[in-house]
Design a protein around this ligand. Structure first.
Ligand SMILES: Cc1cc2nc3c(=O)[nH]c(=O)nc-3n(C[C@H](O)[C@H](O)[C@H](O)COP(=O)(O)OP(=O)(O)OC[C@H]3O[C@@H](n4cnc5c(N)ncnc54)[C@H](O)[C@@H]3O)c2cc1C
Length: 386
């Protein structure tokens, strides 16, 4: 039996099976929603089972470890802090690796295409900064990571937990000079959904750059040489509504075995939600604070090396977990997610989201109307009350 027989809910599209196949007979093919799934050329397949041995969704292929500590942290370098999505931990780990003569693998946006990229110079690290809230394409990358490791270079790989797990299974014996960092991950929409949304907004025009987040504001910004072409109202654009409501994700995200406190990498990074309510923080970190969860001595060593460039405070693991649902369960596959999965791709993405969340949109309009009429209604209500 090969990975092609697995149900969709048990495939995160990490690409490990395609890279590990000794016959190179697995290709990742997009489904109707644009999510990549393995297609096996059965004429070439020798049924060796390697593809299943590297699949992170097979329970015996997952080794998770509890966090050894929890830290709240942010980059002391203001420019790098502001260029990052959260506290800027990823950039510090990355620059430290490159200064040691190593290479970093992370996610970049090349125009509207989101993919993982190998970076080996400090000047190019900016390409990896910022969260891209869509599934990154890692095809063809794990072999490069292996080659760098064989050449003795320190390698830092940053990605979603399923991507890290796929890489680990592909590499098999993890050498001391491979550093793994995973993101706390809510779930991923497909690039097809994103591209359809952008096409709908731009109506035939072309943007050169795409950004997803400015500090605490989740907004899509599209720019070209002539300037900003589109900047959505925070949290309000249809792509973001579906993303933040958790209804546009890959099927496996709703059953994610990595959405728990025990982690797959050396350090997990994410947003330290809720910290501002617990302690008073400097005003200039209102854009975001990173949570760092090391699970190995190697992970701790990364944090120690970052110490000079980061403001770091030890907090309890319980506090870090409490503020972040993705550290104890996957996103719930509710009725709106089911509805959207029925509607898309029969309808264009934006229209399908509008229909799936019609109840929210009606309630929102009612609230806005009430707010508008409040100055007229309040005196009448007061008279009635008297
Ligand atoms: C799809 C997605 C969902 C997320 N959901 C949550 C959540 O629910 N809770 C939470 O606390 N944090 C979540 N995060 C993580 C958060 O957005 C920040 O990326 C994280 O806090 C690191 O911030 P930073 O300032 O250190 O790094 P940043 O400068 O923001 O860099 C982020 C790093 O992540 C990598 N990266 C960016 N986009 C992707 C991608 N699509 N796939 C793989 N790697 C990528 C980049 O290579 C870079 O190294 C999510 C991130 C993504 C991409």
């Amino acid at each position: 039996m090969s990975v092609a027989d697995k149900p969709k809910a048990d495939c995160s599209g990490c690409n490990a099976c395609a890279e590990a196949c000794p016959k190179h007979c697995i290709e990742m093919i997009p489904d109707k929603k644009g999510f990549l799934y393995p297609k096996v050329d059965t004429a070439v397949c020798i049924d060796c089972g390697v593809c299943k041995k590297v699949c992170p969704f097979e329970e015996e292929n997952r080794k998770l470890h509890a966090p050894l500590a929890a830290y709240a942290a942010w980059n002391k370098d203001r420019e790098q802090y502001l260029a990052s999505s959260s506290g800027g931990a990823a950039h510090i780990f990355s620059s430290h690796t490159i200064k040691q003569g190593g290479v970093v693998y992370g996610c970049t946006s090349e125009g509207m295409r989101i993919r993982h990229l190998r970076v080996d110079s400090l000047q190019e690290l900016f390409k990896l900064q910022g969260s891209k809230y869509v599934q990154s394409d890692v095809r063809g990358l794990f072999g490069q990571v292996k080659a760098d490791l064989q050449a003795g270079k320190p390698v830092l790989f940053i990605g979603t937990p399923c991507q890290v797990a796929g890489l680990k299974n592909y590499i098999k014996r993890i050498p001391e000079h491979l550093y793994l960092v995973d993101l706390i991950c809510h779930g991923v929409p497909s690039q097809q959904m994103l591209h359809e949304h952008i096409h709908h907004i731009l109506n035939g025009r072309f943007a050169e750059q795409l950004s997803f987040r400015k500090g605490q504001l989740f907004r899509i910004e599209l720019t070209a040489r002539c300037g900003t072409m589109y900047s959505s109202e925070p949290h309000k654009d249809m792509y973001y509504r579906a993303f933040l409501k958790g209804i546009s994700y890959r099927e496996s995200c709703y059953h994610c075995p990595f959405a728990r406190k025990e982690r797959v990498s050396d350090v997990t990074i994410g947003d330290f939600w809720g910290l501002q309510d617990a302690i008073s923080l400097p005003l200039d970190v209102s854009e975001g604070i990173s949570v760092l969860l090391p699970t190995s001595e190697k992970g701790k060593s990364l944090i120690v090396a970052a110490n000079a460039d980061m403001q770091i405070y030890e907090r309890s693991v319980e506090e870090a977990v409490e503020g972040n649902t993705q550290l104890y369960c996957p996103v719930h596959n509710g009725i709106s997610a089911w509805f959207l999965s029925m509607l898309y791709p029969c309808f264009p993405f934006d229209k399908a989201v509008r229909i799936a969340i019609v109840k929210d949109l009606i309630l929102e309009s009612l609230k806005n109307m009430l707010r508008l009429f409040k100055p007229v209604l309040m005196p009448i209500i007061n008279v009635i009350r008297r």
